[in-house]
Design a protein around this ligand. Structure first.
Ligand code: SAM
Ligand code: SF4
Length: 318
């Protein structure tokens, strides 16, 4: 399925829930989010209908995210069902890893191919602080379990936050020396709780290249990936830099997003949404609705004009 700029759209990111078992300071309010009414969230039946339509239109890669996708009951059965759809080549997940030790094997058996785990620090006390109560050990055990069952390649996502984790860059990069793990540094975006942050908390991830000498750029076959990859000599894993603020990767964008409330977001940095839940309820030809919507996908994002995205990251899924 092509958009009006000739880009092949083959990647769907589905947010299974906007709720989470952590409260990362930059993402969620301390008290959590207002509980959505059951009727406002897409049921798994509707999610399956929509996913099937997307796949029939050419989506081959699906990522489940959230909030925390592993807290939505039924997520594993859903993976099992969508993995059987003709045309699905890759199912991935973005998770905080807290429940991964418990679910890694079931996820793999259901058809999940790989997982990205969010981890902003390797220090227990700092982890507890930034997540407002999380335990680093749960995540480390989750990463181990994911590796053991073959949910690979494992990617670790680290949001760089001024005054919090810049000092840990070398230690985080060194994780790639012995393990076949990619670590990706993501620039903090002025979304959600971070919209109110002081400027000094937003640091460019070129700092990684300044702090770790010897990183060499490596070729990335996936041209739609927002990451530029580097490697240390003899390292097993790669170091990725994702610069949603200082750099644009719109010309190769192949993705669209579906929120847990059934809204289609064609661009992460736009507030425009298309209500697919309503279209389903109205019995509209959902494939036609999606096809038409894709043709309105934005050419690129204009962070300067639309600086404040009204949804928080836990609703969009990153
Ligand atoms: N709960 C899961 C997790 O943490 O991996 C999935 C959802 S979370 C919203 C997805 C990603 O968005 C995480 O890696 C998180 O660190 C990132 N994120 C949240 N708020 C952000 C912000 N303001 N700027 C940049 N990344 C952000
Ligand atoms: Fe939850 Fe992920 Fe947001 Fe942290 S970043 S609060 S784990 S949704």
């Amino acid at each position: 399925m092509k958009d009006s700029f000739g880009r092949e759209i083959n990647y769907l990111r589905i947010s299974l829930t906007d709720r989470c078992n952590l409260r990362c300071e930059y993402c969620m309010p301390e008290k959590g989010v207002n509980k959505l009414k059951h009727a406002d969230i897409l049921s798994f039946e509707d999610l399956y209908e929509l996913t099937k339509a997307f796949v029939e239109l050419g989506i081959s890669k699906i990522r489940l995210t959230g909030g925390e996708p592993l807290i939505r009951l039924g997520a594993i059965d859903f993976i099992s069902k969508i993995s059987k759809l003709d045309g699905v080549r890759d199912i991935a997940m973005t998770s905080n890893g807290v429940l991964l030790k418990k679910y890694a094997k079931d996820l793999k058996d259901a058809g999940l191919n790989r997982i990205n785990i969010s981890l902003d620090t390797l220090n227990e006390a700092k982890y507890e602080k930034i997540t407002r109560g999380g335990s680093l050990n749960n995540v480390l055990e989750g990463i181990k379990a994911a590796r053991e069952v073959g949910l690979t390649p494992i990617k670790i996502n680290t949001v760089l936050i001024g005054g919090f984790n810049a000092d840990e860059i070398p230690e985080l990069v060194n994780l790639t020396l012995k393990e076949d793990i990619d670590i990706r540094f993501i620039e903090l975006m002025p979304i959600g709780e971070a919209a109110e942050y002081d400027l000094n908390r937003f640091i460019p991830n070129s700092l990684v290249l300044e702090k770790v000498k010897g990183l060499k750029k490596v070729h990335n076959e996936d041209i739609s990936s927002p990451a530029t990859y580097y490697k240390l000599p003899n390292a097993k894993g790669r170091v990725g830099l994702i610069n949603p603020i200082t750099c644009k990767f719109c010309s190769n964008c192949n993705r669209v997003r579906l929120t847990s409330t059934g809204r289609l977001k064609l661009c992460l940095h736009s507030n425009r949404e298309i209500d697919l839940k309503k279209s389903l309820e109205n019995g509209e030809d959902i494939k036609e609705v999606i096809r038409k919507a894709i043709l309105t996908k934005e050419e690129e994002h204009y962070l300067e004009d639309e600086k404040y995205i009204s949804r928080n990251m836990n609703q969009i899924g990153g």
